[in-house]
Write a new protein. Sequence first.
Lengths: 338, 338
Amino acid sequence: MTKNGKWVLRHRPQAALVETDLDWVQEALPELRDGELLVRNIYLSLDPTNRIWMSDREQYLPPVQIGDTMRGTTIGVVEQSRSDRFAPGDIVMPAMGGWQDYTVSPERMTRKLNVAPGIPLTAYLSVLGPTGLTAYFGLLDIGQPKEGETLVLSAAAGAVGSIAGQIGKIKGCHVVGIAGGAAKCDWLTEELGFDGAVDYKAQEVGAALDRLCPTGIDIDFENVGGAIMEAVFSRLNRNGRMILCGLISAYNDEGPVPGPADFGRILMQRLTVRGFIVIDYLARAGEAFADLGRWIAEGRIKWKDHVVPGLEKAPDSLQLLFTGQHDGKLLIRVSDEP
Amino acid sequence: MTKNGKWVLRHRPQAALVETDLDWVQEALPELRDGELLVRNIYLSLDPTNRIWMSDREQYLPPVQIGDTMRGTTIGVVEQSRSDRFAPGDIVMPAMGGWQDYTVSPERMTRKLNVAPGIPLTAYLSVLGPTGLTAYFGLLDIGQPKEGETLVLSAAAGAVGSIAGQIGKIKGCHVVGIAGGAAKCDWLTEELGFDGAVDYKAQEVGAALDRLCPTGIDIDFENVGGAIMEAVFSRLNRNGRMILCGLISAYNDEGPVPGPADFGRILMQRLTVRGFIVIDYLARAGEAFADLGRWIAEGRIKWKDHVVPGLEKAPDSLQLLFTGQHDGKLLIRVSDEP
C-alpha cells in the first residue's frame, strides 16, 4: 500500500517559520471513491501567501487549521482514476494539492493541463500559472496602464513582478524594478528589457527612483510594503494607482500591517489604492493565458523557475521568499516528471 | 471710491486658525480693464478645504501665499462690467471670489448663474454648487453604489455627506450616517430618510455600526479620518470601496495624515481606496446639476444652509466646521441679496 508523506501544520508561526511549526507525517492513502483521482504531485508552488495561510490573521481564505495538511498549489500526474474524464498519465492541477506526495482530488475540482510543446511543466505553476495570472490581471485590470506612463514594481525580479514588468513594457510603459542585488537588477535591465532597476540592498531607493523616474511614478505594482512601498507611494503622481498585490515584508509579523505614512496623499493626489487576489480572476484565466502564451512564443516574456528538489525541503525553502535568496519562481520538485 | 475689505493670510496656522493668522485689510479697488467685471460678493462658502489652503502641506492647489487674499468660493452680483457678456445686476460665480467684499473677475473665468424660481441663492454654493457636485461624483463615480449595498458616511449631516446619503437612498442603498449630536442624527433619519444614524459624541461608533449594518459595509464615504474612519474601514466588506473625500480630523494638524491601522485589509478584502477632488469634475457639472435639480424638484433631496452674517465673522466661523457646531452648509453673508 502506498504511503503518503505530508507536512502538517502543528503551530502557527510566531515570526519566520521554524522547524517545529510543521510536522512530517506519513500515512496510508485512502481507497478512492467514485469520481476521485489519485494524483502523484510533481511540483509544489511555494508562494508568499503560504505564510499568510499558516497564520490566523484576517485573510482571503480560511487559515489552514492546526493538524491539517499544509495548503499549496501543485501539478501532478494521475496514477489512479475513478473518473471517466481522467486517465492515468494525465497531467493535472488539483484544486489544492497540498504539501504532500499524493493528493486525492475530486474530478470536478481538477484541471487537466494541455502542456504545449517546448513549454516546461514548471511553467504551469509560474508564468502560465497563478503567478502569471496575478501579474496579468493585477497590472492590466487594477493598474490600467497607459502608454508612456511610469510603472515601478517592488520584488521586481520575483515570479509576479518580473512578468508584470514585461507586460508593462509590452503596453508601452517606462518600467523600473526594485530588486535585491546587482545580479537581479542586471537580469531586469539586460534580459527583460526594464528601463531601470534599483538595488535596494545597495542603493537609497528614493534617490534612485528620483533619478530613474524623472516624470514621477504613475503606477506602483506593490508586492512588498514597508519602507520600499513608502518610497514609491510618496512619489506617485496625480491620479496614480497602487496595485496592492502583496505585502511580503509584513507576512512574518503578527498584528496590523502599516500603510504609507501620509494617507492624505491619496486624497490630495487623487490616488487609487486597490487590493486584489488572483483567485477572483480564475474564471477569466483563458484570456490571460492566450496573451501570455502568445507573448512567450514571440519571445517578449521571459521567466525563470527555481526548483528545489525534495518535499522535505519545503519548510526551509519557503524562507527563501522572505530573504530573496531564490532566483525565479520558487518550486519544490516533489517527484520526477513522467 | 469704493473700498474693498478683505482677509489676508498673515501666518500659516499652527493648529486651529487663530485671530492673528489673518489680517483685515481695506484697500481701494483698481480701475477695471477691458473684459473685467466688478463683482460685489453676496455669499462666501466656508469649507474644510479652506484650512488646507492656509497650510503649506502637499495639496491639490497652490497654497495661499502669505500676504495674499484668502481664497474662497463666492456668489455675487455684477456692479460694473467692461464685458459684453455680463451686465450690472447679473448674478455670477467668479472663479475664486476670495474672502473679500468685492472681486475683480475676468469675464472668461466668471460663470453666470441662472437662478431657478423657488431656489434660494445660497443653494448655488451648496446643493447646486461645489458641495453638491462633490457628493454626486464622489458617491456615483468613485463609490459605484449598487442597489442593496450598505453605505456609511462620516460627517453625514454636513453639506456633502447629507447630499451623498440622500443620493445613496435614491440609488437603493442601505444608508447609515455618522454625525455629532442627537439633533443631527434625528434630522438624518427623520427628515432625510437615512436608515440609521450614529451619534459619535454619545455612542461607541463601532458597536453602533455593527448594529445598524448587519451585513457589513460596502461603501465608506469618508469625510473625517481618524478613529471614525477606522471604525468604518475595519468593517468594510470584500470588494468594499472607500470614497476618500475629506480628512477633516487632520486638517488642523501639521505633518502626515495617518491612515487605517491595518493596511493589509485592502489586500485581503480587495478594497479600493480612492481619493478625489471635485475640481476634476467641473467639466461634467451639467450632468450632476440636471439630476440634482430634478431630485430637488421631486422632493427627494433636502438640504440646509447655515448663513452667518458679516464677512468679519469668516475666521471665527471657519472653526465651526471643525467643532461641528454649524447646522448645514456654512456660508458667510458678505452683503445683501439684490
